[in-house]
Design a protein around this ligand. Structure first.
Ligand SMILES: Cc1cc2nc3c(=O)[nH]c(=O)nc-3n(C[C@H](O)[C@H](O)[C@H](O)COP(=O)(O)OP(=O)(O)OC[C@H]3O[C@@H](n4cnc5c(N)ncnc54)[C@H](O)[C@@H]3O)c2cc1C
Length: 392
């Protein structure tokens, strides 16, 4: 298993490092180069998407690509985009109807809301360059510098002067996924149920029976989902336990819409000491066009609250969280509408030091590598592409 990290972290390209005890790694030549493979899944002939002969059982033969990427979140799309820019034939399989994964938005009761990632920070020069490009084309705007916090004892505390700028997308955070997916072949509503290695190819099967094969596969889903996909001995036991050690915090996210109220003066507020409510965003402050008197709040419960009340009804969650928020916003208890989303894997509770891991044509990436946020997912996607390009 290659841990693609040290030199990569400094932006100086990949150094191959043997991942001791987890299996050996072989440098096989850049994927754009390219080596010949013997067959598709189950020894069947490999086909390009535009020519799909039937196998002996009447089933379409698997579609074959140089690389398939599972997951059209920030990590998967970044990897696919980087590989495509190098001339690689890459296809992305995404289970949902949208792009961007947990950098998610939707329109509810006429309001655009961000129910996943709330904002983006950028520290690494490679992600800074991407954010600058998004600022230039209007995909992103600078939302705020730092954020105030609130505690029951001390009340409001203003943001620190040294805080990093926070960037958002006025059309919703899923715009980042949409931008990354441009000109990339993404098949949506393709829920992969199994990924395995077979006769020199990697094979992915979707819930509706479609089969795909590739020389390399990048899996960018949250790690518990990655481990479930890679059953049947696709991972050496030591690597499986390395990845299984990462837990994710769940999150109840609640949007609440109001009319006839005064817009809060703050963009968002952290509640660092509250046991149940972690964050309240003035979601309206992220949008370009807003109607007078209309405000949408986005509330995030703490991981402890979410775990304790994981199966509560959306109404029960709304009433509990809005009651806490009413200490900050007096009208919070009287919304015109609410929308609830429960995230099982919101953010990794700790992360792995490597930006991605690769072995025998399988690359695992995502926000669990690096920093557990959008920036980390982006950098992990770049590292995954680099692993593939270097033949890991
Ligand atoms: C409530 C919340 C608040 C957050 N706030 C912030 C924040 O303010 N700032 C920040 O930087 N980050 C924040 N994050 C974290 C950030 O959203 C993630 O770190 C980042 O989006 C992860 O990207 P990813 O590509 O690694 O994974 P994901 O976004 O999870 O992408 C994985 C993709 O794989 C797809 N998938 C899963 N299983 C399958 C399958 N079997 N077959 C096919 N496709 C599959 C999923 O649908 C998804 O699109 C927040 C997250 C949440 C949930």
């Amino acid at each position: 298993m290659d841990a693609c990290y040290d030199a990569w972290r400094t932006g100086g390209g990949l150094r191959r490092d043997r991942w001791n005890d987890m299996g050996s790694a072989y440098l096989m030549g850049a994927v754009t180069g390219h080596r010949k493979l013997v067959g598709g899944c189950d020894g069947e002939p490999r086909t390009r998407p535009d020519e799909r002969p039937r196998s002996g059982w009447g089933m379409p033969a698997p579609r074959h690509h140089q690389v398939i990427v599972i997951g059209a979140g920030i990590a998967g799309l970044t990897a696919a985009r980087a590989l495509q820019a190098q001339g690689c034939d890459v296809a992305v399989l995404e289970k949902s109807r949208g792009y961007g994964g947990r950098a998610a938005s939707r329109t509810v009761h006429g309001a655009r809301i961000d129910h996943g990632a709330q904002f983006v920070t950028a520290r690494d020069p490679r992600f800074v360059a991407q954010v600058e490009a998004w600022l230039a084309d209007g995909t992103m705007v600078r939302w705020t510098h730092g954020l105030p916090s609130w505690t029951a004892v001390d009340g409001w505390r203003e943001a620190s002067a040294e805080a990093h700028p926070r960037f958002v997308s006025p059309d919703g955070m899923s715009s980042l996924g949409k931008a990354l997916a441009q000109d990339v072949a993404v098949t949506r509503e393709a829920h992969v149920t199994r990924v395995r290695s077979d006769g020199g190819a990697w094979c992915a099967q979707t819930r509706d029976g479609e089969r795909w094969s590739a020389d390399r596969v990048i899996v960018s889903t949250p790690l518990p989902q990655t481990l479930a996909l890679l059953a049947d001995g696709a991972l050496p036991p030591a690597l499986r336990s390395h990845l299984a050690a990462i837990d994710y915090a769940p999150c109840h996210a609640l949007a609440a819409g109001y009319t006839g109220v005064t817009k809060p003066a703050w963009p968002g507020v952290r509640l660092p000491e509250h046991p149940d409510l972690a964050w309240v965003a003035n979601d309206t402050s992220r949008r370009r066009d807003t109607r007078p008197g209309e405000v949408t709040l986005m509330l995030h419960a703490t991981p402890a609250f979410t775990r304790r009340r994981y199966d509560d009804t959306p109404d029960a969650i709304a009433s509990a969280l809005l009651s806490i928020a009413s200490a900050l916003v007096p009208w919070a208890l009287d919304p015109r509408w609410t929308y609830h989303q429960r995230w099982r894997y919101a953010q990794p509770e700790r992360t792995l030091p490597e930006p991605a891991l690769a072995q025998d044509g399988l690359v695992v990436c995502g926000d669990a590598f690096g920093d557990g946020r959008v920036e980390g997912a982006y950098l992990s996607g770049l590292a995954a592409a680099e692993c593939v390009a270097l033949g890991a």
